[in-house]
Design a protein around this ligand. Structure first.
Ligand SMILES: Nc1ncnc2c1ncn2[C@@H]1O[C@H](COP(=O)(O)OP(=O)(O)OP(=O)(O)O)[C@@H](O)[C@H]1O
Ligand SMILES: [Mg+2]
Length: 253
């Protein structure tokens, strides 16, 4: 690991990470994670010391694993505790969600469906990234009309999302953890190839050890809090650390 990379200009900054240009090679970029946890489209936010490191470890482990399974991600390599070297992408302003088990926002949109209903095949949904409009759901026609992707690319991304989900579902099952659902983002690299980009970290999924919702390990614990106390943040930090550690031990197949 290189400890002090030389950054080019800041290209993008959001709630949880910064993207810096890579000097001398426009096809690459540095992704630097922050110690920030947020929910409700940024309405709730807290500093969570250590989160940048756990997020970096988790994303690096998961993307390395996917790359080995021939699912192309933007990960090149981990640089230090909080920094990944990635392929520089033009990001699609959409979030693709894969669901195995009905819970959360799905139930609000489909009140006729009861919690725990199993989707087989895995359900794929798409949302427009627009915090002000609370990330509305969109459909293939909308994506095409906005000029974001072709129908063929949209089909391909849905298939790729299912592959990502099933690969990680199997891996988590080896640790007796149920992968309930998962959010990913795609970007186009400088050769116009679609890659799984951004992060897959403990903010990206629901993880239920032994299939038991009450034992959840992911960011939902933070979303569910009425108010955030320092003790809450400590127990959330413990979960992020545990998940980062477990992702280093997941087995293929
Ligand atoms: N490989 C990449 N190349 C270029 N930009 C990237 C890459 N991966 C992620 N990004 C971008 O990094 C930026 C910062 O991410 P962050 O998640 O902090 O934003 P955010 O505040 O959550 O906003 P958003 O709702 O867009 O995710 C985002 O604009 C994201 O699209
Ligand atoms: Mg984001």
């Amino acid at each position: 690991m290189i400890n002090n990379p030389v950054f080019g200009p800041l290209l993008a900054e959001g709630k949880t990470k910064q993207i810096y240009a890579y000097p001398d090679d426009d096809s690459l970029a540095y992704m630097v994670n922050k110690d920030q946890i947020t929910a409700g489209d940024g309405a709730r936010r807290n500093e969570l010391v250590g989160k940048s490191r756990w997020s970096t470890i988790t994303t690096a482990n998961i993307f390395r694993f996917l790359n080995e399974e021939n699912i192309a991600t933007h990960l090149v390599e981990q640089i230090n505790d909080v920094t990944l070297l990635v392929y520089r992408c033009k990001m699609l302003p959409i979030e693709q969600v894969m669901r195995r088990i009905a819970t959360g926002s799905y139930l609000k949109r489909h009140p006729e469906v009861s919690e725990g209903t199993r989707f087989d095949p895995v359900l794929v949904e798409t949302f427009l990234k627009d915090d002000a409009r609370h990330d509305p759901q969109i459909w293939q026609e909308d994506i095409v009309q906005m000029g974001l992707a072709t129908p063929q690319e949209i089909e391909w991304m849905a298939g790729q999302g299912r592959r990502v989900f099933k690969t990680l579902e199997r891996a988590w099952a080896s640790a007796d953890v149920t992968l309930v659902d998962l959010k990913i983002e795609f970007g186009r690299d400088t050769n116009d190839h679609l890659l799984v980009a951004d992060v897959i970290d403990n903010d990206s999924w629901r993880l239920w050890p032994g299939g038991d919702k009450t034992r959840m390990l992911d960011k939902q614990v933070y979303r569910n809090l009425k108010e955030v106390t320092p003790q809450d943040l400590e127990s959330i930090a413990d979960r992020y650390a545990l998940v980062a550690d477990l992702t280093g031990k997941l087995l293929p197949r």
